[in-house]
Ligand binder design. Sequence first.
Ligand code: MRU
Length: 319
Amino acid sequence: MNINGTQYRAIWQDGNVIQFIDQRKLPYSFEIFTARTVDDVAFAIKEMVVRGAPAIGAAAAYGMALGEKEAQKSADILRSSRPTAYDLFYAIEYMVHAISHRENAFVAASTYVEDIITRCKKIGENGEKLINDNTRILTHCNAGALATVDYGTALAPLRAAHEKNKKIFVLVDETRPRLQGLLTAWELYQENIPHALIADNAAGYFMKNKEIDLVIVGADRIAKNGDFANKIGTYEKAVLAKENDIPFYIAAPVSTFDPKLKDGSQIVIEERGRKELTEIKGTTIMPDWISVKNPAFDVTPQKYVTGYITESGIRKKWL
Ligand code: MRU
């Protein structure tokens, strides 16, 4: 991704350490978080230094390389970092297999990461065909380069359309409470892609006023029947899109697909801490007595999905 004229990835290997763009600090300051151990990587995932399903998977692959001497223990540490995004578990299994077959762990991790980036580029090429000149697109959360190491899933088709000089406009959901929409807006700003940030509860207004032509979001885990988990608030956008006859697409690589799950009811939803709602940038905005519920994801049933943009093409049904 292009940041102030320099190409960066969200994560990269630097000798025997792994470097992360610290996404907790963006866009106000550009800081690098260095992971030297598998515990550092687990911390980075849990605390959302790195976030977004494919990027979490890539972090786990590198984490396994750092902790390869005790592969099973490292796998357990990483598995307990966040529960919902399937890429994490997919990447751990990939690395456990590679290490048990005596492959060089850093080479295996790097192969994993390059493969994810290639898949995201293909998602971009495939999804770009859905976008015409003057298409106005809504996206939720951040499914860009930050969330996937490079390029993105939901943002990949937008990048590809922009590269082909198609005029597009992106409406970006703010995505409370962690404001991943700000990361999306920042990525679009870096790429000179026209966009505007909207409050999470404004999407219905824009849909009803016919100011949105297409919705594209990423996914954290997709079940066999096509139900999928994504950032909290995705479900209501999908229902609104159907009500307003707006096509609603998921963009995701195969690493997000959990073949063990029959449907979305089996997806474990991460519950995050109260401070994400009671504080903004360290300032308390709620009284102490307030009680909070903070699910980080929701599940959208397949019936709301117009299609799945994958590295192998666009499918109407997931399977
Ligand atoms: O809690 P986060 O920021 O890790 O959640 C990220 C999302 O929900 C993304 O939409 C999803 O991982 C797809 S990223 C390509």
